[in-house]
Ligand binder design. Structure first.
Ligand code: IPM
Ligand code: MN
Length: 369
């Protein structure tokens, strides 16, 4: 198979973490007979420096013509004072909207190696494994009217029935491949928009009676995620609530530096780590590339449709952690061995090689190499 991939390394630690992830991607692509046509373009602050805009129309066009877009991170102190439309974040929002990647998948899974060092108790965390599905191209992020003048600022939270329906379908379908439970998060006790959300999810559920559905208000959901995270399987919610809840859920994995994400639309797919550009540590070879590497795993699952390889990526990361290797951000209490970005990448790559060999020797039926 042949895939066209646009790389948008972006700002801060983006380029380093994407470079790491590309080592893993290139190796696994070759092993699985995928040919990748790669193009790297400036995006975010770096694009603003070069072109006076955080994303050019040509870049959006190239992304639309590719099968997969792989983004590092955007933003930095340097561009914080710019008007909103020039800020790197606005490029990200535009890209998501133009690619129509409405379903943002953010897994929250605990790594066993982190059980001891998390800010949450290990009894609470153990075996936590859920996924946040965040609606990504609607809601208050994009609703009109919006604006501000000297005395007021305003935004509009709006959802159309179709936007909620397609998210509900994604949630129920995903739940069927997992533990068969969906928690739909809203604020239906206060917001009309949430009432529409809830009614629509209920309607779609009529076709998915085998899946358990519950509704939860967003404030309660925030509390439940840290109180008893094992209760969740698939959480589905709107753009703004999903933004906030996925950061909370990120702490389940121990650090935002570990969290990958996939954003899937009908035609396009965008992969990006959940973390930001961390300009304070950029260029020092200390950034944690695990979120970017785990995003490669998601790419194999959702775009290349080889979920077994996604498992290999996951196991390779887990083994590196179990063997005590840590980038500085996750070396809590100095219990592990601190390694650099490039070192942990080599370690994970070697694990991939070993695990692939083992799988091949045992079954030989999913890799063609
Ligand atoms: C995220 C980020 C973005 C968002 C920002 C950078 C615009 O926080 O991907 O969660 O709010 O969606
Ligand atoms: Mn966020």
């Amino acid at each position: 198979m042949h895939y066209k991939i646009t790389l948008l390394p972006g700002d801060g630690i983006g380029p380093e973490t994407i470079a790491s992830a590309m080592k893993i991607l290139n190796f696994l692509a070759e092993k699985n007979n995928l040919t990748l046509d790669l193009e790297s373009l400036p995006f975010g602050g770096i694009s603003y420096e070069e072109h006076g805009t955080p994303v050019t129309d040509e870049t959006i066009d190239t992304c639309k013509k590719s099968d997969v877009v792989f983004l590092g991170a955007v933003g930095g102190y340097k561009w914080d004072q710019l008007p909103r439309q020039h800020r790197p974040e606005s490029a990200l929002l535009k890209l998501r909207k133009e690619l129509a990647v409405f379903n943002n998948i953010r897994p929250a899974k605990v790594y066993n190696s982190f059980l001891e060092s998390s800010s949450l108790k290990k009894e609470v965390l153990r075996d936590t494994d859920f996924v946040v599905l965040r609606e990504l191209t609607g809601g208050i992020y994009f609703g009109q009217p919006r604006g501000n003048d000297a005395d007021k600022g305003w935004n509009t939270m709006v959802y159309h029935r179709e936007e909620v329906e397609r998210m509900a379908v994604q949630a129920f379908e995903l739940a069927r491949t997992r533990r068969n439970k969906v928690t739909s998060v809203d604020k239906a006790n206060v917001l009309e928009c949430s009432q529409l959300w809830r009614d629509t999810v209920l309607d779609v559920h009529k076709k998915y009676q085998d899946v358990q559905l519950e509704h939860m208000y967003v404030d309660n959901a925030a509390m439940q995620i840290v109180r008893a995270p094992r209760q969740f399987d698939v959480v589905v919610t709107g753009n703004m609530f999903g933004d906030i809840l996925s950061d909370i859920a990120g702490m389940i994995t121990g650090s935002l530096g570990m969290l990958p994400s996939a954003s899937i639309g009908l035609k396009h797919a965008l992969y990006e780590p959940v973390h930001g550009s961390a300009p304070d540590i950029a260029g020092k070879n200390v950034a944690n590339p695990i979120a970017a590497i785990a995003s490669v795993g998601m790419m194999f699952e959702h775009s290349f449709k080889i979920p077994q390889v996604a498992k290999v990526v996951e196991q390779s990361i887990e083994k590196a952690l179990a063997d005590g290797y840590r980038t500085q951000d996750i070396n809590f209490d100095n219990q592990g061995k601190t390694v650099s970005t490039t070192e942990i990448t080599e370690i994970i790559l070697n694990n991939c090689k070993e695990i692939m060999q083992k799988v091949n020797a045992e079954s030989g039926n999913f890799v063609t190499a």
